[in-house]
Design a protein around this ligand. Sequence first.
Ligand code: SME
Length: 149
Amino acid sequence: MNKQPAFDEILELVKECELSGRELREFAMAQLDTLPTYDWSGVYVLDGEMLHLDAYVGAATDHTEIPVGRGVCGTAVAENKNQLIEDVRELSNYLSCSAFTRSELVVLIRNGETILGQIDIDGHEVGAFDEQDERFLNELAALLAYRWE
Ligand code: SME
């Protein structure tokens, strides 16, 4: 399936809207919610050694604060690297938000070298996300970083 047209449309909407800060992040997460395999979409904001849940769409989660180094989200920051997880059941450090979640993609939001936070998406199918999703979310992350405050 070619997901690019839907991705391009979302990037265009986010570019064109006049929101910033948390309002922009809420708008962007609502757009992600329209994509078929995106069952939970959220932003975590990094403050020191802790990630704090910010805008999100999907079921409420217990993991509103995640220390750097813990889970998929904390590992992304600790390793300064996006995390594309085909099957969360193969991980030992996974923090479960929902019993339905089978795959996950975490993409860092950076301003230059500084990590501001991350976009975290969960899917109910194994292998719901691939490099195309990662490239798209990298572009979205850059737009969010640009209007972070
Ligand atoms: N699964 C994540 C926790 C966040 S929830 O997916 C919303 C992790 O292992 O860090």
